[in-house]
Ligand binder design. Structure first.
Ligand code: ADP
Ligand code: NA
Length: 340
């Protein structure tokens, strides 16, 4: 469908992990046949917390490499780097003036990331959801595949789209543009691993910024590292649950079963039918084998791509040109609508 467009992004902040793969990148690949897709390395988002410049440059190419290695087609679709298309920052400013302080005050991710020393958080970290709304709406994207952690931000993007359309309804009509100038972007949050949890703490999500490397499976980990982390993953002392209901009260089991189901393109019920009642040691071995078989080819391809930065830069450059053509057109309209 020509009017259905997907936008999503991943921050180049190092330590790409299994949660990023199952919650985002694997989905990116699956959506390519149904939608026109834009997949963005969101470096403007990354600097909302301090990034070492040399590391950032490396991470940008690494995220692009992960997209391509997982099977994103950078020729048919658009793979690019956010800072190379000026519309993101321009539209974010306009959205800073549309979104309300009260809306941003409700964002739980800011509270988590700012921590106790909130006075010392960057203004960018606070305004992050407005930039995310700009990322999506600059392309008037209709669908956004993300993990559950981004659900609240996506709702804010919908509110911003609606308020912009309402605030400027007269101007939009005078210019002869569609009444719903910005569409309401739909989240695509589905499947058994929309929130992959830490392997060390069932109450925290697997995250790039978690200090403990044992808490996550990195996309750069080798088979031995994956095996060691899964064997040490926290579980309760019982055998594997025998029903989906039982699984829901056992967070560690739920997490490992969810990971297995997502990697196997299956679901929790099928995994329980196969492994329910067995010991975790047995199941963990099967999970190691499955994880290694799915990730090893991606890791190897990432390594190959990262060794050839010229190719990655060429993909990103071509992507930025094509992204610019779409976002530039939106910005021309937006400037007219606002009265610039
Ligand atoms: P992180 O939160 O690790 O810094 P990003 O913010 O760059 O990662 O998120 C990139 C994508 O990966 C987003 O779509 C996000 O929803 C998804 N994602 C991040 N962590 C997880 C997780 N633990 N489980 C599922 N999806 C995740
Ligand atoms: Na995130």
């Amino acid at each position: 469908n020509a009017h259905e467009r997907v936008f999503s992004g991943v921050q180049p902040t190092g330590n790409l992990h299994l949660g990023n793969y199952l919650g985002a990148i694997k989905r990116f690949v699956e959506l390519q046949d149904r939608f026109e897709c834009l997949y963005c390395v969101v470096d403007l988002h990354a600097i909302t917390v301090w990034q070492d410049p040399a590391e950032l440059k490396k991470s940008i190419r690494e995220v692009a490499a992960a997209f391509l290695a997982a099977g994103v087609d950078g020729t048919k679709h658009i793979v690019f780097n956010q800072s190379q298309v000026s519309a993101h920052a321009e539209l974010a400013w306009i959205f800073n003036c549309v979104a309300r302080l009260g809306w941003l005050n409700r964002m739980t991710q800011f509270k988590e990331k700012a921590g106790k020393d909130r006075e010392n958080a960057s203004v960018g970290l606070y305004a992050y959801p407005n930039l995310m709304a700009a990322d999506i709406l600059a392309y008037r994207a209709t669908h956004v595949p993300v993990g559950e952690d981004q659900k609240q931000h996506l709702e804010l993007a919908r509110d911003i789209a609606q308020k912009f359309n309402n605030d400027f309804s007269k101007s939009i009509a005078d210019l002869g543009l569609a009444e719903k100038f910005f569409p309401q972007p739909e989240p695509l949050i589905a499947g058994p691993a929309t929130r992959v949890m830490s392997l060390r703490d069932g109450a925290r999500k697997m995250s790039k910024s978690e200090p403990s490397d044992a808490s996550r499976i990195n996309l750069t980990d080798d088979a031995d590292q994956i095996a060691a982390k899964i064997r040490k993953a926290k579980t309760d002392p019982l055998p594997l649950p025998e029903t989906v209901e039982e699984m829901k009260t056992r967070p560690e089991a739920d997490n490992l079963i969810g990971i297995y189901a997502a990697l196997a393109d299956s679901d929790a019920a099928a995994v329980i039918a196969q492994f329910g009642g067995q010991q975790f040691s047995q199941f963990k071995q099967a999970l190691v084998d499955l994880t290694v078989s799915k990730l090893a080819p991606i890791t190897a391809e990432m390594k190959r791509l990262v060794a050839d930065p010229g190719h990655i830069d060429q993909v990103l450059g071509s992507g930025a040109e094509r992204a610019e053509a779409i976002a530039g057109e939106t910005m021309n309209h937006v400037k007219d609508i606002v009265g610039f």
